[in-house]
Structure formats: C-alpha cells, structure tokens
Design a protein around this ligand. Structure first.
Ligand code: AMP
Length: 119
C-alpha cells in the first residue's frame, strides 16, 4: 500500500489536528473518531495514521497495521458499550459502496439492530 502523509488528504489533516474531530481512540499507529454523519448511534471511523489509499493493494508489511486496526476496533467496541450487543465493521471500496475518502478506514457501527443484507 502507498505510504506517506498527504497534505490534501482529509483524514491525514484530521490525524494531524488541523481539522477538529471527536476522538475516541489514539495509539501509535491508529486514530479513531466519530463519523460526522453517523449511520448508527455508535459510528466510529478507525484510521491508520500512515496514509494508505485503500484496501485494494495490501502488502505483507501492512499486516501488523491491519491487525492494529482490528485490535483498536475491539477496544473501541468495549469502550462504546457495544461489544456484547453487537456491531458491524465495514470497509467501503469504490463508488458503488459509497467510498468518499481515499485514506483507508474501517467503520464501526452499532447501538441498534441493523438489517442484513444492508440496503
Ligand atoms: P467512506 O464513505 O467509506 O469513504 O467514509 C467516509 C466517512 O467519512 C463518511 O461516513 C463521512 O460521513 C465521514 N466524514 C467525512 N468528513 C468527516 C469529518 N470531517 N469528520 C468525521 N467524519 C467525516
């Protein structure tokens, strides 16, 4: 996956603190904040601090970072009180999925029952 912070990337600017966000989690590799347009009572975006464009070109070296994202998701689910009630982890990829930000991010949605398959 591509690296480096991109000055024009919305999520890079949020991670850098240039754009405000409602932080819910922060560690050496991962930053997470509330979605500005929530699709559920709990809607958190879990983002690698290193700029990675999307999920289409994973490399072996990214394995530890992807694990860090999942570990952060588990921690956030506990923090948000949805670990037992259940939650959904979503990667949007490309136009049909509605992907709008080209910086890898995992959506964590919960706090209400959710239909499957999604609409
Ligand atoms: P995606 O559609 O998968 O690319 O997800 C991008 C998400 O970023 C959307 O759910 C947006 O609501 C969210 N978003 C866009 N700008 C902001 C922002 N400034 N702060 C928090 N979330 C944002």
């Amino acid at each position: 996956m591509a690296e480096d912070t991109q000055a024009d990337c919305l999520f890079c600017r949020i991670i850098a603190g240039e754009i405000p966000s409602d932080k819910v989690y922060d560690d050496a590799q991962v930053y997470a904040f509330r979605d500005i347009n929530p699709g559920a009572p709990t809607h958190v975006l879990i983002v690698p601090k290193r700029h990675i464009r999307d999920v289409t070109a994973p490399e072996a070296a990214d394995g530890a970072l992807l694990l860090a994202l999942l570990r952060a998701a588990n921690t956030i689910a506990q923090q948000e009180g949805v670990a037992e009630s259940g939650y959904r982890l979503v990667w949007n990829v490309g136009p049909d999925a509605g992907q709008s930000v080209l910086h890898l991010h995992l959506h964590l949605l919960g706090g209400r029952p959710m239909a499957w398959p999604p609409g």
